[in-house]
Ligand binder design. Structure first.
Ligand code: SAH
Length: 440
């Protein structure tokens, strides 16, 4: 097999990025866009180490679950890889992705529950980062194609509210009319699902003197309550460290379930409010609290999970590395009148081992790390702390499986694996895992 070959392949598996996997001449072939059970004609674009990637050319036997995508750009845009699949198929595919990772990388055979999906899996995103494109003469905001820097305009993105899309169109016009605003590199927008308030962050690569003027105009737009400037010269990351308020208020307010949260621009907040509630309820259920437990919420962000847990715990300690997120968490505990929560601004891998070494004991730990998973010292400290249960929340099945395997080697077992669909139309999936210490 070589690049340029046209092949026929039947899809029998699905990769962690949602690509169809088949075999041809005993070679594993990845076909983006091809669905389980389909036979397709595909053009080999890359072949190395007995693995090939091929571009879907023609459906020979299409899946009955194949549907027309809502968005005309979905086959190019890197945001929605699964719009051409029925929602039932999307949920089954994600269940399989999680089960494959747990078995293959974690050697864990605990059955994976069916993915909890959304009633209406559209217009759920409360945050977007839009790249600015100036190549067309007119300013456009949008996204990149998957794995490249080819620009795709946002247009009427089906993952955002109509109000958010309206603001994107307004911003394009505003930036265009402001003359020399081409230094704007990206724009981040957050929209509160609670009251519709919107926060806008202009991202530039260097200092930009026209932005305060632009912010003054923007704050007059209905719904916009906060405008920030972020300088980021490192193209490998989305946002720089420094945020400067240009107009309006410092934070926006949002809710998950009955809890109210203030959110700063640099703080993490789940992008799907409705499903975050489902996720956090599951965390609480798995934690099995009676009101007597000392609980840790590691990688706690603005204290969302901490507040859910505190309803039924003796005390919750939240650990989070971003100082501003910890400030938000403290304010959120105060707002929700919860005195059982305390928060620490530190890296989990620095703080937790010291804390455990001092003899502090935990009854239950919730961990919700970024995509790269936990550093080993965090897992070791959890083992030392004596936690009876660990509830692991993860947005990356691969690192989840790796970390769960490690904990299983040191006395824990996996009791339940529950994926929740927070990222409908894309291949991303969130998973909650209940682990408990095996009786000796
Ligand atoms: N549990 C929260 C946030 C989860 S996202 C929620 O559901 O909203 C992961 C969080 O871990 C982010 O807030 C990120 O800032 C934080 N984080 C990343 N690396 C960390 C580290 N080494 N130590 C502590 N927190 C970290």
């Amino acid at each position: 097999m070589k690049a340029g070959d046209m092949i026929q392949v039947t899809i029998t598996g699905i990769s962690h990025q949602g690509y169809g996997i088949g075999r041809c001449d005993n070679i594993v072939v990845f076909v983006p866009g091809a669905m389980l059970g389909e036979t397709v004609e595909a053009l080999v674009v890359e072949y190395k180490k007995k693995m090939a990637t091929a571009q879907l050319q023609r459906l020979i036997a299409p899946s009955p679950e194949r549907i027309d995508a809502r968005c005309p750009q979905s086959s190019q845009c890197g945001g929605c890889e699964l719009q051409h699949c029925s929602y039932a198929y999307q949920l089954q595919a994600k269940q399989k992705i999680v089960a494959d990772a747990m078995q293959r990388l974690g050697r864990i055979t605990t059955p994976v529950e069916p993915v909890i999906g959304m009633q209406t899996p559209w217009r759920y995103r409360n945050k977007g980062i839009f790249h600015a494109d100036y190549s067309d003469g007119a300013v456009r905001l949008g996204f990149y194609e998957q794995g490249s820097h080819t620009f795709v305009p946002a247009a009427d993105c089906q993952l955002f509210s109509e109000a958010m899309n309206g603001l994107v169109a307004h911003l394009e016009e505003l930036i265009q009319n402001s003359g020399r605003a081409y230094y704007i590199h990206k724009v981040m927008i957050r929209e509160s699902a609670y009251n519709g308030d919107m926060m806008v962050v202009f991202v530039t690569q260097e200092a930009a003197w026209r932005l305060p003027e632009l912010a003054e105009q923007l704050i007059a737009y209905p719904g916009v309550v906060s405008v920030y400037h972020n300088i980021n010269s490192n193209l490998k990351i989305m946002l720089g460290r420094q945020f400067r308020l240009l107009a309006g208020q410092e934070t926006i307010e949002d809710t998950i379930g009955d809890f109210h949260f203030q959110i700063s621009p640099q703080s993490f907040f789940q992008i799907n409010n409705q499903q975050a509630h489902v996720l956090y309820e599951k965390v609480l259920e798995y934690a099995q609290l009676t009101g007597q437990e000392q609980v840790a919420d590691i990688y706690c962000g603005i204290g969302t999970i901490s507040l859910y847990l505190a309803q039924q715990a003796k005390a919750v300690i939240g650990i989070e590395s971003i100082g501003q997120a910890v400030q938000d968490a403290k304010e959120n505990a105060r707002r929700n009148q919860d005195e059982r929560c305390t928060f620490v601004a530190a890296k989990a891998e620095d703080w937790l081992p010291k804390w455990a070494k001092q003899g502090n004991q935990l009854d239950v730990a919730v961990i919700d790390p970024p995509r790269k998973g936990c550093e080993t010292p965090v897992l070791d400290a959890l083992i030392t702390s004596g936690a009876k249960r660990i509830v692991y929340v993860s947005c990356n099945p691969s690192t989840l499986a790796r970390d769960a395997k490690y904990l299983c080697q040191y006395g824990y077992e996996v009791n339940a694996v529950q994926p929740v669909d927070l990222f409908c139309q894309s291949w991303h999936v969130e998973t909650v895992v209940l682990m408990s210490r095996k009786e000796k």
